[in-house]
Design a protein around this ligand. Structure first.
Ligand SMILES: NC(=O)c1ccc[n+]([C@@H]2O[C@H](COP(=O)([O-])OP(=O)(O)OC[C@H]3O[C@@H](n4cnc5c(N)ncnc54)[C@H](OP(=O)(O)O)[C@@H]3O)[C@@H](O)[C@H]2O)c1
Length: 224
């Protein structure tokens, strides 16, 4: 395994997560990637170890069989758009809970629980979105935006409290607008363009020192 680096990707059955599993495998990293249900596309990738996990179910990722300090990078990619109406006013309590658990609290809890598996000096990354930026927001997409804003806040807290002291960098990543099931056919980037950039950003952060950054797939800093 050239490079000898190991990454765990949570949420890799399709879209950007699947693309990243393929990209890191092509870079000859050891790739451990999760699905909730069997993903033929993920299983078809050479050199990728597939595990089952749901970021909203701690029992599902508690026992992944990973040794402490065995990972160079953890990427929590899983995410949902939430209810189609996206309206704070119209959303039921269940719809609010669903999006906040899948995009913010589930990812943060998974990251906290899995952090011991990461090496000191490694990278913890979350797939966020520019839509989670308060400074950039023009409103709308209430459910998705607020869940990603909450994710960013929780990520920064992990950085300040437990990752930083271990020299671990924490990244909130914006992949660009990408043609996936979520991004839709009119998005500006194909998966390959996004994941090549994201993989570079993540790789360069390993060993670069602690700190929290909200950046896009080109490495450009975004307003929090
Ligand atoms: N596409 C874009 O333009 C764009 C822009 C900004 C940010 N993002 C973010 O990028 C990430 C990937 O998006 P995508 O476009 O690739 O979306 P996608 O094609 O809809 O894929 C979403 C992935 O997340 C997984 N997932 C959802 N809920 C999960 C859970 N509770 N536990 C584990 N896995 C779960 C899905 O698994 P299943 O197959 O089991 O559902 C799937 O693998 C998301 O966090 C999204 O918010 C995307």
């Amino acid at each position: 395994m050239a490079g000898g680096k190991t990454i765990l990707i949570l949420g890799a059955s399709r879209g950007i997560g699947l693309g990243l599993a393929q990209e890191f495998a092509a870079r000859e990293w050891r790739v451990i990637a999760s699905e909730r249900r069997r993903s033929e596309a993920l299983h078809a990738l050479d050199g990728v170890e597939v595990v089952t996990a749901d970021v909203t179910d701690p029992a599902s990722y508690a026992e992944l069989g990973l040794a402490d300090g065995s990972l160079d990078a953890i990427l929590v990619n899983a995410g949902i758009t939430g209810a189609a109406h996206q309206s704070a006013e119209r959303a039921s309590d269940e719809e609010v809970t669903e999006v906040m658990m899948a995009n913010a609290f589930g990812p943060a809890r998974a990251a906290r629980q899995l952090l011991p598996r990461l090496k000191d000096g490694g990278v913890l990354a979350f797939m966020s979105s520019l839509m989670g930026s308060i400074a950039d927001s023009s409103g709308g997409y209430d459910l998705y935006r607020t869940s990603k804003t909450a994710q960013n806040m929780l990520a920064k807290g992990i950085s300040e409290q437990i990752a930083g002291p271990r020299g671990i960098a924490v990244l909130s990543l914006h992949p660009g607008w990408v043609r996936t099931d979520m991004g839709g056919p009119n998005a500006t980037l194909d998966i390959g363009q996004s994941v090549r950039g994201l993989a570079d950003v993540l790789d360069h952060a390993i060993g670069a020192g602690a700190g929290y950054r909200f950046v896009d797939y080109t490495g450009e800093a975004l307003p929090f």
